[in-house]
Design a protein around this ligand. Structure first.
Ligand SMILES: Cc1cc2nc3c(=O)[nH]c(=O)nc-3n(C[C@H](O)[C@H](O)[C@H](O)COP(=O)(O)OP(=O)(O)OC[C@H]3O[C@@H](n4cnc5c(N)ncnc54)[C@H](O)[C@@H]3O)c2cc1C
Ligand code: FES
Length: 530
C-alpha cells in the first residue's frame, strides 16, 4: 500500500488527445489535475479512471482490459471502468473516475473550455459511487456474525455494508490485532521495508464508521446450531441470524525437544511478526525450518536484515511439488546467491538455546529459529458444531456449509472448483478475500457461484512469481521463456489439460491465463447445459 507521490507521465488529458491515439481495446496513461489517469476505449465508449491500483499501487496501464473492467498486473484486482469500483479483491478501495468528452463538432464553439474536433478530453472528477442499496427480504438475516478477522472475514464485512446491508454485523476474532495484510508479514514488514501501518487492511475507525462491531481477542468456543447461538471462550453467548465461518489456518507445530523455546518463532499473526522483527534486531544467525513459501520468504527477509540464514527441509528441491524441479532449483540458487545455506533431505530433531540438531547429524548454530512447516485449517469449531468436514469445511458453490445459515470462506473452505471438477481447498490471500465477498452476497440471498480462478503470489528479494489456476498434481511443466533471465511462463498440465500457469515477471501472461481459464469454466458451463 504505497503512499508515494507518483510521477506524472504521458499527456495532460485535460488538454485533449486525438481519438486515433486510443484504438479500440487500448489504454493510454496520462494525467489530469495532477493525478495519474488512465484513458481506456471499448468500441465507441471512452472511460477515464485513476491509474494506480489501490492495493499496492501497481500501474494499471500495464494490466489487462477485460470487458468494461481493467485488471491489475500485480495481484489481479479488478476495477470497473464505468464506476471505478474495486470489483475483485485484493483491492478494497475504488479508483477515482472522471468525465470524458469526445468532441465531434464545434457546435458549442463559444464554450470557455478548450476543444478540438476529433479530440477526447478528460474533464472533471466524478463523485464516488454510493454503496448499493439492499432491499431486505424475508430471507435477509437480522444479524450476521463473522467468526474470524482475517482476509475472508474482513472482506465479507466490508462487502455486506457495500451491498447496503443495514442489520447488525459482529466480527469475532481470536487475533489481538485488527484484520491484517498477512502476506506483508513475511515480506515487506519482516524485511524492514514496509511500515507498521501497512500491516492493517483498514484503520480502526473504518469499522466504527461502517458499524462493524469488531471484537479483538474474542475466541469462539462453540456454535450451538440448535439455538442459533455462539459461545465465546469467556462463556458469553450471542444469538446469530447467519454466520460466516472464516477461522483460517493454524501453523503446524514442530514437535521436537526444545521446540517451545522462546527463540523458536512461528508466523501467522501480526503479533507473531512483531515478535520476529523484534528478535531479528538482536540476532545474528537464524535457522529456518521449512523450505516452502513462508520459510523462503522469511529467509529472504532475514537476509535483507543481514542475518546469516540456513534453511532446513525434508525435500530434495524446494517447492518442487508445486512449481517443478527447474523453478525449485532456480529459487534455491537465487537464495544461495544471497548467502543462504540449504540443508535439504533432512529435518530438525532437537533445538537448544544456541543450535539446531538435524537428523543427518549436523548441528547448526542459531540464536533465532523460525518454523514454517505448513498450516492446518482451523476446523475444530465446525466439527464440534456438526458441519460436514473433509480436510476443511465442506461448502457448495455458494459457499454454504451443510448447516443452513452457516457459510464458510477462506483457508478453511473446501469448495467445488469448476476448472478441475474437484473439491479443493487453498491457502491464498486473494481467494480468501474473494470468497468472503461472495459469501457476503450469498448471505444476502444473491445465489452467486464462487468460480474465481485461484491466484497467489510470492516475493523473495526482487524476484516474484504469480500463479493462476490450481494443479495439486501435474504430469507436465512446460517452460516458455528464460528462467535464468527471470522472464518466463510455466504451464502445468495433467492428462492433456492445462490446470495452472506460473509467471515470472510476465504479468500480462498471468492475466491472460486467468481470462483463458475463466473462458474454459464458462464453456464447461454451457456444455453442461446443452
Ligand atoms: C506470513 C504469511 C504470508 C503469506 N503470504 C501469502 C502470499 O504472499 N500470497 C498468498 O496468496 N497468500 C499468502 N498467505 C496466505 C494468506 O494470508 C491466507 O490464505 C489468508 O490469510 C487466509 O485468510 P482467512 O481469512 O481464511 O484466514 P486468516 O487470515 O488466517 O484469518 C483467520 C481469522 O480467524 C480467527 N480465528 C481462528 N479461530 C477462531 C476462533 N475460534 N474464534 C474467533 N476467531 C478465530 C483468527 O484469529 C483470524 O482472525 C500468507 C500467510 C502468512 C501467514
Ligand atoms: S497492486 Fe494491484 S492488486 Fe495488488
Amino acid at each position: 500500500m504505497t503512499e508515494e507521490k507518483t510521477k506524472l507521465t504521458g499527456p495532460d488529458l485535460t488538454r485533449g488527445v486525438e481519438l486515433s491515439t486510443i484504438p479500440d481495446g487500448t489504454m493510454l496513461l496520462g494525467h489530469a489535475q495532477g493525478e495519474p489517469v488512465l484513458l481506456a476505449r471499448r468500441c465507441d465508449e471512452l472511460f477515464a479512471i485513476g491509474a494506480i491500483c489501490t492495493h499496492y499501487g501497481a500501474p494499471l496501464e500495464q494490466g489487462l482490459l477485460v470487458g468494461d473492467s481493467v485488471r491489475c498486473p500485480w495481484h489481479h484486482a479488478c476495477f470497473s471502468l464505468r464506476t471505478g469500483e474495486a470489483l475483485r479483491a485484493p483491492a478494497l478501495e475504488p479508483v477515482s473516475r472522471w468525465r470524458v468528452e469526445e468532441v465531434r463538432d464545434l457546435a458549442h464553439q463559444f464554450t470557455p473550455v478548450e476543444q478540438r474536433v476529433g479530440a477526447v478530453y478528460v474533464r472533471e472528477k466524478l463523485e464516488r459511487i454510493a454503496p448499493h442499496s439492499h432491499a431486505a427480504t424475508a430471507g435477509t438475516p437480522s444479524s450476521i456474525t463473522i467468526i474470524g478477522g482475517g482476509a475472508a472475514g474482513n472482506a465479507a464485512a466490508e462487502t455486506l455494508r457495500h451491498e447496503g446491508y443495514s442489520g447488525s454485523i459482529t466480527m469475532l476474532t481470536a487475533d489481538e490485532s485488527l484484520p491484517c495484510d498477512r502476506p506483508n508479514l513475511s515480506k515487506g514488514y519482516l524485511a524492514g521495508a514496509a511500515s507498521e501501518e501497512s500491516n492493517l487492511l483498514r484503520p480502526a475507525k473504518f469499522y466504527k464508521e461502517h458499524e462493524i462491531d469488531l471484537h479483538l481477542g474474542a475466541r469462539v468456543a462453540a456454535i450451538d446450531v440448535g439455538s442459533a447461538q455462539i459461545e465465546l471462550a469467556d462463556g458469553s453467548r450471542h444469538a446469530y441470524g447467519a454466520v460466516l465461518l472464516a477461522t483460517g489456518a493454524d501453523p503446524v507445530r514442530l514437535d521436537v525437544p526444545g521446540g517451545d523455546l522462546p527463540h523458536v518463532h512461528y508466523l501467522r499473526t501480526l503479533a507473531d511478526s512483531r515478535a520476529l522483527v523484534s528478535k531479528a534486531l538482536t540476532s545474528r544467525r537464524a535457522v529456518v525450518i521449512g523450505a516452502s513459501f513462508i520459510g523462503l520468504e522469511v529467509a529472504a527477509s532475514l537476509r535483507t536484515r543481514k542475518i546469516d540464514v540456513q534453511v532446513v527441509g525434508p525435500e530434495k528441491i524446494p517447492m518442487e511439488k508445486i512449481l517443478g524441479p527447474a523453478v525449485g532449483n532456480f529459487i534455491r540458487e537465487l537464495h544461495e546467491k544471497h548467502g543462504v545455506t540449504f540443508h535439504l533431505g533432512t529435518t530438525a530433531v532437537a533445538i537448544d538455546q544456541r543450535s539446531v540438531t538435524l537428523k543427518n547429524g549436523e548441528t547448526l548454530q542459531a540464536d533465532l529459529v523460525v518454523v514454517g512447516i505448513g498450516v492446518r485449517p482451523a476446523i475444530s469449531l465446525a466439527e464440534r458444531a456438526g458441519l460436514a468436514v473433509d480436510r476443511g469445511v465442506t461448502v457448495n458453490e455458494y459457499l454454504e456449509t451443510s448447516v443452513p445459515r452457516i457459510f464458510a470462506a477462506g483457508d478453511i473452505a473446501r469448495w467445488p472448483d469448476r476448472l478441475t471438477g474437484e473439491r479443493i481447498r487453498v491457502e491464498h490471500f486473494v481467494v480468501a478475500e474473494r470468497q468472503g465477498q461472495t459469501a457476503a452476497r450469498n448471505i444476502l440471498g444473491r445465489r452467486e457461484r464462487f468460480d474465481a480462478v485461484p491466484f497467489f503470489w510470492t516475493e523473495q528479494y526482487d524476484f516474484g512469481i504469480a500463479y493462476v489456476g490450481h494443479a495439486e498434481r501435474w504430469d507436465k511443466a512446460e517452460i516458455d521463456g528464460r528462467l535464468d533471465a527471470s522472464d518466463c511462463t510455466i504451464n502445468y498440465w495433467r492428462a492433456g489439460r492445462k490446470l495452472a500457469v506460473a509467471t515470472i515477471h510476465r504479468d500480462l501472461d498471468g492475466l491472460r491465463s486467468e481470462v483463458e481459464f475463466e473462458r474454459t469454466i464458462a464453456q464447461t458451463e454451457t456444455e453442461g447445459h446443452a
